[in-house]
Write a protein that binds this ligand. Structure first.
Ligand code: PLP
Length: 401
């Protein structure tokens, strides 16, 4: 999308606003599936948590995508978007057995990552096949908060507990139809991923009724020029070969599943904000914008660096700015970034704003969550209205004193 189209969206829908380019989502989806075109059965379960707008889910549905969900609410969103229950996998962590049973009753594939829950579920519903989430004890992921496959992590059932799993399966008579791992987001090294995959294959040999192996996600996308990104094509080539060999050895054509979030939607998103003030201090020039970590928390939470462009003055002289929000505590989007000269009223565009941006937004400081726009067929479509004051008060119960 060019700057003029983005500026028009900011004018027509106001700021701040999230804009998602459907063409990027489609091309990323196709890139991933074609990297694995040597595998007979491949399933992409889009991780709904990354960006859960129903129109985005529907768009992915038209491509043949299935969904990965972590809550009953995400499952319901998927159903609302037209996905049938068999196209949804539910991978909860630390949720109640009641919620898991409710999701199972909808006909969704359940993925269990806890021995106690596995035993309870298997004892009550031996007829429902389940997938198990393994913790391969591999340290992967770009940040400690998103590294989830290591030994201290709360996720998955340890590979050292396979004998316990087998005992539960035998005692309850339940069927394990899939095994899964997700070692973390932003894996820097494909070899680490391949190493963890070998552990998953090793684990798979213990289960005779598998239909699929889910390798989770972890595809790293670039945030700025020169950033490391997962070489999906090389990875596809290597893993496909190993997967096909494994299927031969296993004696059945299994489905290879992934559950990418970032890879599909991160680069599709731009977040547009307006500059309220330019403030020069003795050491820094701040560009203060009409947003904050209430709308985009990733820089403060994960230290992520979203590239920022001044689309109102793209050819101006470059200067150094710290881009900050309007929240009542430090909410820095970028420190001493080189950006073309900024004036009050300019529109700044943040890149990589598709994944974990709107979906992590809040009403902190009683601000409204932004609107969302999908660029589809060369046209901007509003897919979520900006909140209003009614949204802030609608669930509050006012007492009279
Ligand atoms: C179980 C699971 N699957 C998939 C994902 C998606 O990861 P990413 O957005 O890095 O592709 C996550 C992210 O937290 C996850 O926890």
């Amino acid at each position: 999308m060019n700057n003029n189209a983005l500026l028009k969206i900011a004018r027509d829908f106001g700021s701040p606003v999230y804009v998602y380019n459907s063409e990027t989502i489609v091309s990323q989806y196709k890139r991933l599936t074609s990297a694995f075109n040597k595998v007979k059965k491949i399933k992409i379960n889009y991780a709904v948590k990354a960006l859960s707008n129903i129109s985005v889910l529907k768009l992915l549905g038209t491509l043949g995508s299935c969904l990965d969900t972590v809550s009953i609410q995400e499952v319901k969103l998927g159903l609302e978007a037209g996905f049938t229950p068999d196209k949804i996998i539910y991978t909860p962590n630390g949720v109640s057995i009641e919620e898991i049973e409710k999701v199972a009753a909808l006909g969704t594939q359940i993925n269990i990552d806890n021995l106690v829950i596995l035993e309870q579920f298997g004892a009550k519903h031996p007829e429902i096949p389940v997938c198990i989430r393994i913790n391969p004890h591999v340290m992967a992921g770009g940040n400690t908060n998103i590294s989830v496959g290591h030994i201290d992590s709360k996720f998955g059932i340890s590979i050292h507990q396979i004998p316990h799993i087998l005992r539960i399966v035998k005692n309850t008579g339940m069927t394990i139809n899939g095994i899964h791992m997700h070692t973390g987001s932003d894996i820097l090294d494909v070899e680490v991923f391949l190493y963890a995959s070998e552990i998953l294959f090793e684990t798979a040999r213990n289960f005779k009724d598998l239909e699929f192996i889910d390798f989770g996600s972890g595809f790293k996308v670039p945030y700025k020029k020169g950033d490391i990104e997962t070489n999906v094509e090389e990875f596809g080539e290597k893993l496909s070969k190993r997967f096909n060999e494994f299927c031969k050895e296993y004696g059945r054509e299994l489905t290879l599943a992934f559950e990418p979030g970032k890879f599909l939607v991160s680069e599709a998103g731009e977040f547009l904000v307006q500059v309220n003030a330019v403030k020069q201090t003795t050491s820094t020039v701040f560009a203060q914008v009409d947003s904050g970590f209430n709308h985009l928390i990733r820089p403060m939470l994960y230290g992520s660096q979203h590239e920022i462009r001044n689309i109102s003055n793209p050819k101006g002289k470059e200067r150094f700015y710290s881009v900050v929000g309007y929240i009542c505590e430090t909410d820095t989007f970028a420190n001493n970034r080189r950006i073309t000269e900024i004036s009050e009223g300019d529109i700044l565009a943040f890149k990589n704003a598709g994944a974990y941006c709107f979906s992590m937004a809040s009403n902190y400081n009683s601000r409204y969550r932004p609107a969302e726009v999908l660029w589809y067929n060369n046209k901007a479509h509003l897919i979520r209205k900006r909140e209003t004051f009614d949204d802030i008060i609608k669930n509050q119960i006012e007492l009279t004193f």
